[in-house]
Ligand binder design. Structure first.
Ligand SMILES: [Zn+2]
Length: 160
């Protein structure tokens, strides 16, 4: 019986079963592959490695730190700065105390009260938390000064 690679559908003389492969079992299940040719096997090993790295990156950047940081929030289209405080921060976003001035979809510029960090973010979501309004912000692009700010919250200042 001729076997075919589940990935490229080419005839495979020596298909490699991957459903029990410790590296590939997960990807095999996700994609529904059982046997693949040696070429596809190698590709999948690379893909699985990349996927794992990606997940690790996501976890890192989603890591939230509870921190009350005073911020000025400027509407990107101009207008008065709004002073508020974060509830938590991560390297690619923040949760802040909001009010009716904020709406989902707004693009805003964030600046820490001391001016050391700034970032451009989009208001992703607004929700009510008891009597208060909260806004979830996601950075539009990576900001080194923002990342620095988040790291400072994570590591207590060293005693010297
Ligand atoms: Zn193949």
């Amino acid at each position: 019986m001729q076997l075919y690679c589940d990935r490229c559908n080419e005839a495979a003389d020596h298909p490699i079963p991957i459903t029990d492969d410790p590296e590939l079992a997960e990807i095999a299940k996700d994609l529904g592959y059982r046997n693949v040719c040696p070429g596809c096997y190698d590709d999948l090993v690379v893909e699985a490695g990349e996927a794992r790295e990606h997940q690790a990156d996501d976890r890192r950047s989603e890591h939230r730190v509870a921190a009350q940081i005073s911020l000025r929030v400027f509407p990107a289209g101009g207008g008065e700065a709004h002073e508020t405080v974060t509830e938590d921060v991560s390297e690619n976003g923040a949760q802040i105390r909001a009010d009716a001035a904020f709406s989902a979809g707004d693009v805003v510029r964030l600046e820490s009260a001391d001016g050391a960090a700034d970032a451009v973010a989009i208001v992703e979501v607004i929700w009510r938390d008891g009597d208060a309004l909260r806004a979830g912000l996601r950075l539009v692009e990576t900001s080194e000064s923002w990342q620095q700010l988040v790291r400072e919250q994570e590591t207590p200042p060293e005693q010297s």
